[in-house]
Design a protein around this ligand. Structure first.
Ligand SMILES: C[S@@+](CC[C@H](N)C(=O)[O-])C[C@H]1O[C@@H](n2cnc3c(N)ncnc32)[C@H](O)[C@@H]1O
Length: 218
């Protein structure tokens, strides 16, 4: 997928995926990952999500990765934080308080970025990629993360062909295809997500399952 697609989305403030509140699956299911206080959490394709603020409030160090510098800048400004910014290979590392956001392509993230990560929170990251890149994304997580790190995954599924992604419909069969060889996959909750996704409704989606999965390495 062309990175410029996302760069332009942020430039034009076309960010219908962004929520002005914490996603309710996060506080509901996060404890089931059983993490130690103070551990580091990875939020791939983080945007400027408030979910990162909630995770930090639980005592976590939050490590994000986001392509758009506009998004990263907006995140720190909205949190009244002044970030220290340093270049690191093809990426830039923005950090302040409990937050470190690697600004650049997740596929160029160096191994050391995620060395001490205890868990992953994926909301609207996997589904942002078309199926071929979802395979690369899953492989990248496997390669970069410590082997025991579990994941809370929030995925979306809608009837085939209703819209051109993103988001790309990612039902259980696809989550299985990507992760079942390496993880136990527990379905925590599925709910109708259409009311909260007016932009997808307007694009022609007629039903939307939003599902929380808990993935633990086997
Ligand atoms: C659908 S949004 C989700 C953002 C966030 N997780 C949330 O819940 O609001 C996907 C985000 O991923 C970023 N992104 C897309 N491709 C990326 C890549 N290859 N590496 C890093 N970030 C990427 C986009 O700029 C966008 O902010």
């Amino acid at each position: 997928m062309d990175p410029n697609f996302w760069i332009e989305r942020w430039k034009n403030a076309e960010i219908g995926f962004h929520r002005e509140k914490v996603h309710d699956f996060l506080p509901r299911y996060w404890a089931s990952l059983g993490l130690a206080a103070g551990s580091a959490v990875f939020v791939p394709l983080c945007g400027k999500s408030y979910d990162m603020v909630w995770l930090a409030a639980q005592g976590h160090r939050v490590i994000g990765c986001e392509l758009s510098p506009l998004a990263v800048d907006a995140f720190f400004r909205e949190q009244d934080l002044v970030a220290d910014v340093r270049p690191e290979g093809a990426l830039a590392v923005w950090s302040a308080g409990p937050f470190t956001i690697w600004c650049g392509d997740i596929f160029e993230l160096p191994q050391e970025a995620l060395r001490d990560v205890a868990a992953v929170y994926d909301r609207a990251a996997l589904v942002a990629f078309p199926p071929s890149l979802q395979v690369r994304y899953a492989e990248t997580l496997l390669t970069l993360l410590p082997p025991e790190a579990p994941m809370l995954l929030v995925s979306l599924a809608y009837p085939d062909g209703q819209i051109n992604g993103p988001p790309f419909s990612t039902p259980l069969a696809q989550v299985d295809a990507l992760f079942a060889d390496t993880h136990d996959i527990a379905l925590a909750e599925t709910r109708d997500g259409l009311d909260e996704s007016q932009n997808l409704k307007a694009r022609g989606v007629t039903s939307l399952d939003e599902t929380a999965y808990i993935l633990k390495r086997t």
